[in-house]
Ligand binder design. Structure first.
Ligand code: UN1
Length: 504
């Protein structure tokens, strides 16, 4: 049943760092990785130390100096092959994602598909790294802007998308001419190792080992070294707002750039004229998909008072019918949480919810089976409850009612996070209001679609405490390049701009 591990080259003990020459002999402590599916150990990783990191960053810098000179469409050809390699290994990688982090198999496979889509998008981008040309105010002068690769890009990813979020960054950064150092979550390092092996094999075949690099280590050791490192002009980090605030401050302290994709507290508004069948499916997938552990997970629902009670009854019935269990089985809709800490966090949140006066309509307990399983939970909530403003990374959905659409939009916007949002309505006016400047304040605003499951063709990210970064989408390559304005003088004179004279 675990053949996919062998096919992906996962050993009983794996090195936690890779660069030009492949995997290194790391010398950090060994960490055993346990599956949340059944609580059994999968494999171990020997973590990278600060010295290993140092070695990798020197290599990544050296390789950058060559890689940046390869024409972008040629870099794109390599990424096209990376996309092919991901296609070939999609089934095994998807299974590994499911086994290591617990999302159901169709979501595990979907995640690899997201990376394949990202590769395809990046191949196209590699021929479209376009700059503007401007008319100069000076005779026989020409101005244009061009984009250069940045350097070595640090990519810090979270456990919940252990493959795709790396791909959002790495596919684009590499066609842009950068090299990358990936520091994955210590909760999902095996997917990172397997993904690195599959993708790096293509680079190695072309003589470009060291474009993709991997460092798996403690935050205190490797993470801190990375974010403080002036040799990394850009740090792209995905995770909690707390983590992002720290990364943002440290990188800003050295005037580096960040691309932050942090917490969400995403809401769905169900208006009085909504197609309730659609709304039901959108909400349940949004709240319970990946067991509520997406940054785009639906955490709050606002029901128009005219449909609230009958819709809530349907929602409760839908929740009661959800199959929670082994995510590798096709009939399962909700897998486990990532680990025991996550279960403890879910249980603590439920205590707080009850203390603050929330009414648990269904769920609310741990599921009695080996592994980190919990019941998807529906809570009738009020805005006096401070916990509804927090992101609890678990399948807990707060339900509110409203009478006026503007009031619902204001409540939706009242939290610190600003990632994803949705309205279900058949009213053109309601939909336009939601999408107007007075509407949703989030980076993603959907109509008749839930909050999660965005496509890579659109820029992904959010405002406020979500960090402001955008990944994927048409012009995302700009984040991985530096912009240069060039003015060329084809005349025999040296006129100064703004009419300034300076005659010697
Ligand atoms: C995340 O949870 O960090 O839109 C990313 C979605 C996925 C990506 C989620 N495409 O839900």
């Amino acid at each position: 049943m675990r053949d996919f591990l062998t096919r992906l080259g996962i050993e009983p003990t794996n090195s936690g760092a890779a660069t030009t020459t492949g995997f290194l002999e790391t010398s950090g402590p060994e960490r055993s990785i346990t599956s949340p599916v059944d609580g059994s150990p999968i494999a171990a990783v020997r973590l990278a130390t600060r010295d290993d990191y140092e070695h990798v960053v020197v290599e990544a810098q050296r390789v950058f100096r060559g890689w940046r000179m390869l024409p972008a469409p040629k870099r794109g050809e390599i990424i096209r092959e990376v996309g092919e390699a991901l296609r070939q290994h999609k089934d095994d990688l998807g299974r590994l994602v499911t086994y290591e982090v617990g999302k159901v198999l169709s979501e595990g496979l979907g995640e690899i598909q997201e990376s394949i889509d990202m590769a395809d998008l990046a191949v196209g981008m590699s021929r479209q790294l376009c700059g503007l040309s401007m008319h100069s105010e000076r005779p026989a002068h020409r101005m244009y802007e061009q984009w250069h690769p940045l350097g070595v890009v640090g990519i810090i990813t979270a456990f919940n998308f252990p493959n795709a979020v790396w791909a959002w960054n790495a596919m684009v950064a590499t066609i842009a001419g950068d090299t990358t150092i990936w520091k994955p979550s210590l909760k999902a390092p095996l997917t990172a190792i397997a993904t690195h092996k599959v993708c790096d094999a293509v680079f190695q075949r072309h003589g470009w080992g060291g474009v993709l690099n991997l460092v798996i280590g403690d935050d205190a050791d490797v993470g801190e070294a990375m974010i403080a490192d002036r040799r990394l002009p850009l740090i792209s980090a995905t995770g909690s707002t707390r983590m992002g605030r720290h990364v943002g401050q440290v990188v800003a302290g050295r005037l580096g750039r960040t691309l932050l994709e942090l917490g969400g507290n995403n809401a769905v508004i169900v208006h009085r004229d909504a197609d309730l069948d659609l709304a039901l499916r959108g909400i349940v997938f949004g709240a319970c998909g990946t067991a509520g552990q997406r940054c785009t997970s639906t955490r709050r629902v606002f029901l128009h008072e005219s449909i609230a009670q009958p819709f809530l009854d349907r929602l409760v019935r839908a929740y009661q019918s959800l199959s929670v269990g082994d995510p590798l089985e096709a009939s399962t809709l909700v897998g486990p949480l990532i680990d025991e800490d996550a279960v403890a966090m879910y249980e603590r949140a439920l205590v707080t919810i009850t203390e603050q006066g929330g009414e648990i309509l269904c769920g609310g307990k741990r599921v009695a089976r080996p592994g980190s399983y919990v019941e998807p939970t529906l809570v009738r909530a009020s805005h006096e409850m401070s916990i509804v403003a927090e992101e609890t990374f678990a399948p807990i959905l707060y339900v509110f009612t409203y009478s006026d659409l503007d009031e619902a939009i204001a409540l939706q916007n009242s939290v610190d996070q600003g990632l994803s949002s949705a309205i279900f309505t058949d009213s053109f006016r309601a939909s336009e209001r939601f999408l107007s400047h007075a509407g949703s304040d989030c980076g993603i605003a959907n109509v008749n679609i839930g909050t999660s499951g965005a496509e890579i063709g659109g820029a992904f990210g959010g405002e406020k405490d979500t960090g402001g970064g955008r990944e994927a989408g048409s012009d995302s390559w700009k984040a991985y390049m530096r912009r240069q304005t060039c003015t060329l003088n084809g005349s025999a004179e040296l006129p100064l701009a703004q009419g300034v004279t300076f005659d010697l």
